[in-house]
Design a protein around this ligand. Structure first.
Ligand SMILES: [Zn+2]
Length: 403
């Protein structure tokens, strides 16, 4: 069970196989002793537990750097769409949650005070280009016209919150911008250049076109919902767009999954991966409308990518090393004595789990990432995958069996 208070007792993690620490995954198990200061005190085999230590038996399972969800929505209470961070955080094996634009410059201070600062998890944020963020998501647009954007206040907000804000977020689809097209993306890119931070752009219903968004982005920027299956925005319905996405990925533009309620297609992912185009990062876009629908959590989303051909170690890197580089979280020598202890313990288990993508395509996952513990310093939380109360096809009108 999750520990109610944060312990400062030493922690002995035994019998775990490291993966995604910047070296090849190992079939050898190790023990890791975390001292009462939250850093690694010893690493080896057959380590003895000091007096009063908490013991976790990994039972031969995997240990990776703490999982990072690069696209989630956790400004609970300040937007109508966000979940509480504890629902998608350490209890799901996620030690770092990156909020993708729930808050804009007008309400970032509340997000910081009421959500980021009290949270057990590390929370970082992409600041929405629109002043109001996702207050009434998809009902009151955050980017209806130029009055939605205040460049001076965005710059000031970033300067006051540098330790929390890792980039700018722009949602570029007609549901949000009407016929405004790609102009907000260009303006966002200008501000991101001034601030020297990356920009994450949501692609969806055109305009703007996915193609023109890619033309504006540069190395280090992120396209989220990269494998969406929407007409006019799927990379597998237009060979020119596929080749452009491939070239941009090669040049350092990051393709992020951002599963969400409407933005992940098994078919697009399978075709892209079969052609060698892997996502840079795997993220959930978890929010109140997607969590119980098809997303559930990060472990399930990782399992979906594994099921369409993404190699195991690449899947783990896509929730650790890759998103860490976006948020500038140092990842050198994380398994060395003296390093901060921040891990996810998980198993890869056989299953027959029935799941859906955002279009209602059904699949059965035969291998599942099952998080067991999230560890931050001496704070150890038991974790599991989220199972929604009812499993049903998100949209019966489009429901079909994928495999
Ligand atoms: Zn989102």
């Amino acid at each position: 069970m999750p520990t109610a208070t944060r312990s400062t007792s030493p922690v002995l993690i035994s019998n775990v196989k490291p993966v995604a620490f910047g070296m090849a995954a190992s079939s050898e198990t190790v023990d890791i002793l975390i001292g009462s200061d939250g850093t690694i005190a010893a690493i080896g085999n057959g380590l003895a537990a000091p007096e009063g230590a908490e013991r976790i038996d990994g039972k031969g399972g995997w240990i990776s750097p703490g999982w990072i969800d690069l696209h989630a929505h956790v400004w609970h209470g300040g937007t109508d769409i966000s979940v509480r961070p504890q629902l998608c955080g350490m209890e799901r094996g996620v030690t770092t949650i990156v909020d993708a634009g729930s808050a804009g410059e007008a309400n970032f201070h509340g997000f910081r005070e009421y959500i980021i600062e009290p949270a057990r998890e590390r929370i970082k944020a992409f600041l929405n280009l629109g002043s109001i963020g996702l207050v009434a998501c998809n009902r009151v647009s955050e980017l209806s016209d130029i009055r939605s954007i205040d460049i001076d206040r965005i710059i000031a907000c970033y300067q006051e919150n540098r330790e929390h804000i890792v980039g700018l977020k722009v949602r570029a689809s007609h549901v949000i911008t009407g016929s405004w097209g790609v102009t907000p993306v260009k303006l966002g890119k200008k501000i991101a250049k001034i601030l020297k931070i990356p920009m994450m752009v949501h692609v969806g219903e055109p305009p703007a076109l996915y193609d023109e968004v890619l033309e504006i982005l540069g190395p280090g920027d992120i396209v989220t919902h990269c494998f969406n299956g929407k007409a006019g925005s799927s990379i597998i319905e237009d060979e020119d767009l596929f080749e452009l996405a491939e070239r941009c990925a090669g040049e350092g533009i990051r393709l992020d999954i951002g599963h969400g309620g409407a933005s992940f297609s098994f078919r697009v992912a399978e075709v892209a991966i079969a052609r060698g185009l892997l996502p840079f990062s795997i993220s959930t876009d978890v929010h109140l409308r997607s969590m119980n629908q098809s997303v559930w959590d990060l472990g399930t989303t990782m399992s979906k990518l594994l099921s369409v051909g993404m190699p195991f170690d690449k899947v783990v890197e896509a929730v650790t090393q890759a998103p860490a580089s976006v948020i500038r979280l140092p990842m050198d020598n994380l398994l060395g004595v003296g390093a901060r202890a921040e891990f996810t313990l998980f198993d890869l288990v056989d299953s027959e789990l029935r799941v859906f993508d955002s279009l209602g395509a059904e699949a059965h996952l035969n291998r599942l990432f099952e998080p067991r513990y999230a560890v931050m310093g001496t704070d150890v939380v038991a974790a599991n995958r989220y199972q929604p109360p009812h499993v049903e096809c998100p949209d019966h009108s489009h429901g079909y069996s994928y495999r």
